[in-house]
Write a protein that binds this ligand. Structure first.
Ligand code: G1P
Length: 290
């Protein structure tokens, strides 16, 4: 791979309105799925894909995110004193290496495209990943790892995709597909949140991207699109037919929309079912509760 993907951007400035009142005073990315906040799941996925630098695009009221990836001296000292080594390890695990995590603020909620654009100076002139922590993916091989493996062959742009029911296309960026081998789809167009009758397909973007830095120049002049926001998808359209290929990867794994109450609940159950220390008791509870 000539230009490895070393940096990941996490847009975490959103208000989490679908999850109020839980997200009134805490960032939605701090909602836990089992014992880890959503943002930690996303950062761990990035690490497993070889990402070295984490870039958070935050907003007001997001200080808890920074604290989560920093030392908590009192807590660590107390756990050490009490000999709670497993808990101590859990508390220090999310820690980022010094200088390998940075934060910039999106000062106005102008959309996902604008949030990514806010990270342009931190990313610089190299390919990078984008992870939307709301989209949590359970699978044997982490989703971004699968994408980095595709990128190693194509060196282009790669987005994670899955087929959605046609009546849901209005929630997603949807692919216009030139060719499709069942795993990789070659993209010839993209539409953000099309009505079902106007959607070019049902193959939709899930919140994982590997992008070339040229996207920043396109974002610079992308007008407001769907929902009155500057959409990442609209800038991606301009990367198609550029120097590099553009693919959608049907990743292996199950995706949960954790920005949504039901999706978040399902994620908690699915992750618990995958844990031998929790699954038997949870199964008993569910059988009894029906
Ligand atoms: C964003 C993107 C959309 C993508 C989706 C995946 O939409 O704009 O293209 O399909 O994430 O979750 P949002 O969910 O922020 O409205």
């Amino acid at each position: 791979m000539k230009r490895p993907v070393r940096k990941a951007v996490f847009p975490v400035g959103g208000l989490g309105t679908r999850f109020l009142p839980a997200t009134k005073a805490i960032p939605k990315e701090m909602l836990p799925v089992l014992d880890k906040p959503l943002i930690q799941h996303a950062v761990e996925e990035a690490r497993a894909a070889g990402i070295e630098e984490m870039i958070f695009v935050t907003g007001r009221g997001k200080a808890a995110l920074e604290d989560h990836f920093d030392h908590s001296f009192e807590l660590e000292a107390t756990l050490k004193e009490r000999g709670k080594s497993a808990e101590l390890a859990a508390v220090t695990a999310p820690m980022a290496k010094a200088g390998r995590i940075s934060y910039t603020r999106q000062q106005q909620p102008l959309g996902l495209g604008h949030a990514v654009w806010c990270a342009r100076n931190l990313v610089g002139d190299e390919p990078f990943a984008v992870l939307l922590p709301d989209d949590l993916i359970l699978g044997e091989v982490p989703c971004l790892r699968q994408m980095v493996d595709v990128y190693a062959e194509t060196e282009g742009n790669v987005v994670a995709v899955m087929d959605v029911p046609r009546e849901q296309t209005q929630r997603y960026g949807v692919l216009d597909v030139a060719s499709d081998d069942g795993r990789l789809a070659t993209v010839r167009g993209l539409v953000e949140k099309p009505k079902p009758e106007a959607a070019p397909s049902t193959l939709s973007i899930i919140g994982r991207y590997i992008l070339q830095p040229e996207v920043f120049a396109h974002l610079e002049c992308t007008p407001r699109g769907a929902g009155g926001e500057i959409q990442l998808t609209d800038a991606l359209v301009k990367l198609i037919d550029g120097d590099r290929p553009f693919h959608g990867l049907r990743f292996a794994g199950r995706r949960f929309d954790c920005g949504d109450k039901l999706g978040w609940l399902e994620a908690n159950l699915a992750f618990a079912m995958a844990r031998p220390d929790l699954a038997p008791a949870l199964r008993r509870f569910l059988a009894e509760y029906r």
